[in-house]
Design a protein around this ligand. Structure first.
Ligand SMILES: [Zn+2]
Length: 952
C-alpha cells in the first residue's frame, strides 16, 4: 500500500518536473539540467573486443565468454607466499586498546540509521532493484527488520544472496577500448549491502588516522589529496632552493584495487590490531562475493570474487589505504628519505607520498632503489599486487654533481622535467606551464556548448552553468599553483561575456556578491584563489599533521632572511620584504595582507611566547628595533625571536651581535620586556622553562581574529557594499564560504564602493532601501525570468529611452505612451498609463491585508518567515505587474499586441492560476493549491463544487 503511494509520488515528481519544463524554468540545479550538456557527448559503448589471439570479435556470445574468462582470472585468487606475508606484516603500528574496543561490538540500529541518512540519493540500484531512496523512504518500517537480518548474518557469517552479488558495470578508460583492461569495472551493489558497508566505514573512520601514517591521505579524515600535491610541489622547490638532490619515483600498479587479495586484507587488519569482531564484520562484506558482468543489455552468470576491493562500496577506500599501508611502513623504515642540510633538519624527512594507488617515493641513493625494488617484490609475493615499471614515472631533481645518479629497475628512466602528480603537473617552470595549456580554450568551448540555451537561461541558470560546470574544473590546479599572469583575467572576461551575452550592465563585482546582497553569486576566480590561499594559511597555522608542512616551513624561513615560519603571519607585512618566498607562498602572504588581525587578549600562556618575533611585531613594540641596521645585527646573531632574547645573557648578546654600545643592547631588552603584559613576563621568568623550548617542532599558534582591511573606506547608507557580513571572527574558525565572500568584497572594494544600493534613491529618498528584500525577488512561484526583470529594475538594468537617447542622440527620450521623459521610475511607476494597474494591485494587496506602496512594488516585501505565504504572493504579484508593464511597452514599440498593462496583468494571473489549479486538481491536492494561491482568498478561492473562482 505504502509502496504504491511511494511510486505514485515518484510519478508525480516526474509530472512536476515536466510542468516546470513547460514553464521554461529550465535552470534549476537538477540532474536533468546538468545532463543537457552531457547528452550532447556521444556515449561510448563496448561494441567489440580483441580476443587473446588478437582477433577482434563483435559477436555477443564470444564477447561475453571472453569477458567472463577475463574477470574470472582477475578475481580468482593467485597464490601468495605466506612467508612473505608474515614478513610484510611484521611490526605494524597498532590500534590502542580503546580504539580496538570502539570497533568491536554488534552494530546498533542507530548506526544503520546514521548510515542510511548519509547515503546519496538517485543512484542506480543493485541486483535486487531496491534503491537507496527506497530504504530512506521506508526506514521507519524496514530499519529494525534489516537490523535483525544483519544481526542474523553476523551469527551465520554470511549475507543474503542478493548482497553477495554485485553487477559490474564497465566504464571506458583511456586507450584501446577493444581491450577489457581499458574498462573500469564499477560494482553496482545492493542498497542493504551499502548500508552495512557505510556503517562499518563510519566506525573505521575514527581510528584510521592512528594506524595510517600522515603521508597517506586517501579516505583518511582531515587529510586531502592536496596534502600529497603540496608535499611534492614543496619538495621540488626546497631542492631547488637549498641545492639538494632527490629522485621521485611514481609507481604504477596494475589494477591496484582489483588485485587486493581478500585473505591478505584480513591478515593485515589483524596485524594492525583490529579485533575479531570487526574483522568478521568486514569479512561479511566479502564472504562468497560474486559478480555479474553487464555487457550490453545482458548479465553474465555469477563469477566468484576472491580478490579485489569493490569500487563503489563506501568502505573500499579505507580498506585500500589499510591494505597498502604495510608496504609503505616498510619503505618508510628502510628508505633514507629526503636528505636535508643540518641547518634545516626536520624530525622525519619525507620518504613517501601516497594517495590511493598513487604512490610517490623519494629516492636519495642507489641503496634506496635497491630497497624499493626488494620491498616491492616482497609486497608482490605477499599480496599478488603488480608494479608496472614501464608505466611508472621518475623525476630527478637537483644537480647530482658530486653524487652518482641511481639507476632504476625495469627499464625505467629518470626524467628531468617533471611528473604529473594526481592531476597536476609538477616540476620545472616549463613543465608546470602544462597545467595551463589550453585551459582558456577549454573554458570557452564549454561555455559555447551552452550558448544555444542562453536565450532560455535566466541569470541564475547562467551562474549555475559557470560556477558548477565551467569554473569548478579549474579549482584543483588553482589550489596548488599560481596561474600565469593574464589567464584568470581572460577566463573571467569570458565568463562575464557569457553571463551578459551582450552589454555589461552593472559592475562585474556586483554579480559576484551573494544573492542576499543584490548580486548573483557569480564566481570570481581571483577571490576564489585568495580564499584557497587563506585556507592554506589556516591549515599551516592551526593544524599539525600533513608532512608538507615541515617542508613548507623550510620555504617560509627564506622570507626576507628572517628565519620566521608561522611568525610571518604575525608581522606588520607592509614593512616586511618577503623576497625569497616561492610564488605559491608569496600568494598566500598576499592573500593574508588583505586582512588585519587582532591578537586575542585572553590567549592562554604557552610555549608560543618564545616564538614571538622580535621584528615588525605590534605585540612587542620596540622603538629601538625600528632601526634596520640594528635589526640586521640581531638577525645575523640569530636573535630574532623572544625566546632567543630570554635565552641569551646581555654579554652573550653583545658579543654575538657585535654591537659596541651595551646601552643599545640593554635598551632593546628593556623595551621588549616593557612591551609585554606582566603575566607574560612572569611566565617567561619561570626557571628552566626556556630550556624546554625547541625551535624545530611545531608550536601552537596564538589565536587571531581577522577583519578585512578596508583602508580609508567607510560604510555609508545608500551604498551596495557592506562589510557587516560575513563575520569572520577567529581566523581558525572562519568557514570557506565566509572567506570567499569576504575576499570578493576586499578585492573589489574600489569598484563596489561607488555602487549605489539601487537606482531608485532619487525617487524614494535614501531611507527606502532594498536591503533585506533581495532574496525575495527570486522566491518561487515567480518564474526565474520574471525574477530577472525584478532584479534588473532595482539595479536599473533597463534600456529606457532616456538611456538610449544618451547613447544615440538620434533616439527620442520620450515615453512611448505619454510625452514625458522615459526614465526608470517613469517607466515602472510614474507613467499615467499605469494608474489602473496600480488600482488593481492596491486592491489585491488590501485583500491580502497589506498596504500597497511603490517601494514594496519595486523592491519586493522584506521577507519574513511569519508572513511567508502572504509575502510570496505579494512578490509574485509585483513580478507579474512588472512583466505586464514591460510586455506592453514592447508591444507598443513593435506595434502589435495588447498595450493595456492591467489587462495583460489580469491575463497573466488568470492563466497561471488555471494551470496551477488544473495541476493540483490532477494531483488530488487542492489543499496545497489553497495554501499557495488562495491565501486570504485574495486572488481566488475554490468553490463548493470544487471549481476555481477568480476574484478579480
Ligand atoms: Zn509615460
Amino acid at each position: 500500500m505504502e509502496l504504491s503511494s511511494f511510486l505514485q509520488e515518484r510519478v508525480k515528481g516526474a509530472l512536476v518536473r515536466s510542468r516546470f519544463l513547460q514553464l521554461k524554468d529550465m535552470d534549476a540545479p537538477t540532474s536533468f539540467f546538468f545532463n543537457l550538456e552531457r547528452s550532447v557527448a556521444q556515449k561510448k559503448l563496448l561494441t567489440c573486443l580483441k580476443l587473446p589471439g588478437g582477433r577482434i570479435t563483435a559477436d555477443p556470445k564470444e564477447m561475453s565468454s571472453h569477458a567472463m574468462q577475463f574477470y574470472e582470472d582477475l578475481f580468482g585468487a593467485e597464490s601468495c607466499s605466506q612467508e612473505c606475508r608474515r614478513e610484510l606484516l611484521e611490526g605494524l603500528p597498532q590500534l590502542s586498546v580503546e580504539e580496538r574496543s570502539l570497533l568491536e561490538g554488534e552494530l546498533s540500529l542507530e548506526e544503520l540509521t546514521a548510515a542510511v541518512t548519509q547515503m546519496a540519493t538517485g543512484r542506480a540500484p543493485g541486483i535486487d532493484g531496491l534503491s537507496t531512496d527506497f530504504f530512506k523512504r521506508f526506514w521507519n518500517i524496514l530499519g529494525s527488520d534489516l537490523h535483525s537480518v544483519l544481526m542474523e548474518c553476523c551469527r551465520t557469517g554470511s549475507l543474503p544472496g542478493s548482497c553477495k552479488r554485485a553487477v559490474l558495470s564497465l566504464l571506458p578508460k583511456k586507450g584501446d577500448l577493444a581491450l577489457l583492461k581499458n574498462w573500469r569495472p564499477v560494482a553496482l551493489l545492493c542498497a542493504d549491502y551499502k548500508i552495512l558497508s557505510r556503517a562499518l566505514s563510519n566506525r573505521l573512520k575514527d581510528v584510521l588516522g592512528s594506524v595510517v601514517h600522515k603521508d597517506q591521505s586517501y579516505c583518511v579524515p582531515d587529510r586531502t589529496i592536496m596534502d600529497n600535491i603540496f608535499l611534492i610541489r614543496d619538495v621540488i622547490d626546497v631542492c631547488k632552493i637549498y641545492n639538494l638532490n632527490v629522485g621521485i619515483v611514481s609507481l604504477d600498479q596494475e589494477k591496484a584495487f582489483d588485485r587486493v587479495d581478500h585473505s591478505y586484507l584480513f591478515s593485515a587488519l589483524r596485524s594492525f590490531g583490529f579485533g575479531d569482531g570487526f574483522v568478521s564484520l568486514v569479512g561479511l562484506l566479502y564472504q562468497d562475493a560474486q559478480c555479474l558482468v553487464k555487457m550490453g543489455a545482458g548479465l553474465s552468470r555469477p563469477i566468484p570474487v576472491r580478490r579485489g576491493i569493490r569500487q563503489g562500496c563506501p568502505i573500499s577506500g579505507q580498506l585500500y589505504s589499510l591494505a597498502i599501508e604495510p608496504l609503505l611502513c616498510r619503505l618508510r623504515d628502510r628508505l633514507s628519505g629526503l636528505s636535508l642540510p643540518a641547518a634545516c633538519s626536520i624530525e622525519c624527512p619525507p620518504t613517501i607520498s601516497a594517495y590511493a594507488d598513487d604512490v610517490n617515493i623519494f629516492i636519495s641513493n642507489q641503496g634506496d632503489v635497491r630497497c624499493l625494488r626488494d620491498t616491492l617484490s616482497l609486497y608482490e609475493r605477499a599480496t599478488a599486487a603488480r608494479v608496472n615499471w614501464e608505466k611508472s614515472g621518475a623525476l630527478l631533481v637537483g644537480e647530482w654533481r658530486d653524487q652518482a645518479v641511481p639507476s632504476l629497475p625495469g627499464g625505467l628512466e629518470w626524467g628531468r622535467e617533471g611528473l604529473k602528480v594526481l592531476g597536476v603537473y609538477l616540476g620545472t617552470e616549463g613543465f608546470k606551464s602544462k597545467n595551463w595549456e589550453g585551459v582558456r580554450e577549454k573554458v570557452c568551448a564549454r561555455l559555447s556548448k551552452w550558448k544555444w540555451l542562453l536565450p532560455q537561461l535566466s541569470y541564475r541558470g547562467r551562474v549555475l552553468v559557470v560556477n558548477n560546470l565551467v569554473a569548478s574544473t579549474l579549482w584543483h590546479r588553482l589550489v596548488a599553483l599560481t596561474p600565469p599572469r593574464g589567464l584568470v583575467e581572460d577566463i573571467q572576461r569570458a565568463i562575464l561575456d557569457f553571463f551578459w551575452s551582450g552589454k555589461h550592465w552593472v559592475q562585474a563585482a556586483v554579480l559576484y556578491l551573494p544573492v542576499a546582497e543584490g548580486g548573483h553569486g557569480l564566481i570570481d576566480i581571483q577571490s576564489k584563489i585568495a580564499s584557497f590561499r587563506l585556507q592554506t594559511a589556516q591549515r599551516l597555522l592551526f593544524t599539525c599533521g600533513p608532512s608538507w608542512m615541515d617542508i613548507a616551513r623550510l620555504l617560509l624561513r627564506r622570507a626576507g632572511r628572517l628565519g620566521y615560519t608561522k611568525q610571518l603571519f604575525l608581522l606588520k607585512l607592509e614593512e616586511v620584504d618577503l623576497t625569497g618566498l616561492t610564488s605559491f607562498y608569496m600568494s598566500v602572504m598576499q592573500a593574508w595582507k588583505m586582512y588585519t588581525f587582532k591578537r586575542e587578549k585572553t590567549e592562554s600562556l604557552g610555549m608560543w611566547i618564545f616564538e614571538e618575533p622580535l621584528f615588525f611585531n605590534d605585540f612587542i613594540r620596540t622603538p629601538t628595533l625600528q632601526s634596520a641596521s640594528l635589526r640586521a645585527s640581531f638577525r645575523e646573531a640569530g636573535c630574532t625571536k623572544l625566546g632567543h632574547l630570554v635565552r641569551l645573557t646581555l654579554d652573550a648578546l653583545k658579543e654575538r651581535t657585535n654591537i659596541t654600545s651595551s646601552r643599545v643592547v640593554e635598551r632593546v631588552v628593556e623595551e621588549v620586556f616593557a612591551a609585554l603584559p606582566v603575566k607574560l613576563v612572569t611566565f617567561l621568568n619561570i626557571e628552566n622553562l626556556c630550556e624546554q623550548w625547541s625551535e624545530e617542532g611545531e608550536y601552537s599558534f596564538p589565536s587571531l581574529s581577522v577583519t578585512p582591511d578596508v583602508g580609508e573606506w567607510q560604510e555609508r547608507g545608500g551604498g551596495l557594499l557592506s562589510f557587516s557580513t560575513p563575520v569572520l571572527g577567529k581566523f581558525q574558525d572562519a568557514g570557506k564560504k565566509a572567506l570567499y565572500q569576504s575576499c570578493v568584497k576586499v578585492l573589489h572594494l574600489r569598484g563596489l564602493s561607488g555602487v549605489k544600493e539601487s537606482r531608485w534613491i532619487e525617487f524614494f529618498g535614501p531611507e527606502v532601501s532594498p536591503k533585506g528584500s533581495w532574496r525575495s525577488l527570486y522566491k518561487l512561484p515567480v518564474e526565474k525570468r520574471t525574477a530577472d526583470l525584478q532584479w534588473r529594475v532595482v539595479h536599473g538594468v533597463i534600456a529606457t529611452n532616456r538611456y538610449r537617447a544618451h547613447i544615440d542622440p538620434g533616439v527620442g527620450e520620450e515615453c512611448l505612451f505619454c510625452s514625458l521623459t522615459e526614465t526608470l521610475s517613469h517607466l515602472f511607476v510614474e507613467c499615467p498609463r499605469l494608474s489602473l494597474l496600480f488600482v488593481l494591485m492596491k486592491s489585491l494587496f488590501e485583500a491580502l491585508g497589506e498596504d500597497f506602496s511603490y517601494a514594496v512594488f519595486v523592491f519586493g516585501p522584506k521577507y519574513s518567515a511569519k508572513k511567508k505565504t502572504v509575502h510570496t504572493l505579494m512578490n509574485f504579484l509585483s513580478g507579474s505587474a512588472k512583466l505586464a508593464i514591460w510586455l506592453t511597452r514592447k508591444n507598443r514599440a513593435q506595434g502589435t499586441g495588447c498595450v493595456e498593462p492591467v489587462l495583460v496583468l489580469e491575463g497573466l494571473l488568470k492563466a497561471r492560476l488555471k494551470v496551477e489549479f488544473a495541476y493540483y486538481q490532477m494531483m488530488d491536492n487542492v489543499q496545497d493549491f489553497n495554501s499557495v494561491w488562495a491565501v486570504e482568498e485574495a486572488l481566488c478561492s475554490v468553490g463548493g463544487d470544487g471549481e476555481l473562482i477568480i476574484h478579480f
